[in-house]
Design a protein around this ligand. Structure first.
Ligand code: SF4
Length: 76
């Protein structure tokens, strides 16, 4: 399996990435709306796994399907 993005990776931390979207700090990220998660984000690239996939912001590392970051953009 490909490496996962860690919440502590500098870019992930800068974007407020959480592997479990419901743990997002809503005080810091007021834009977060319940139900938003990587697998319904326009930047997510599903790769045959229900639990993780690519994100165009994170290169070859994978993000959690149930994750979230402040660059979230609703899939059209
Ligand atoms: Fe997840 Fe979208 Fe953020 Fe990528 S841009 S980490 S898919 S919420």
């Amino acid at each position: 399996a490909q490496a996962m993005v860690a919440e502590t990776d500098p870019q992930a931390a800068a974007l407020g990435y959480k592997a479990v979207a419901i743990t997002v700090d809503k005080a810091k990220f007021a834009k977060y709306v319940a139900g938003q998660e990587c697998d319904n984000c326009a930047l997510y690239q599903a790769k045959g796994s229900a639990t993780a996939g690519g994100c165009s912001l994170f290169g070859t590392k994978q993000v959690a399907a149930k994750g979230w970051c402040s660059a979230y953009a609703k899939k059209a």
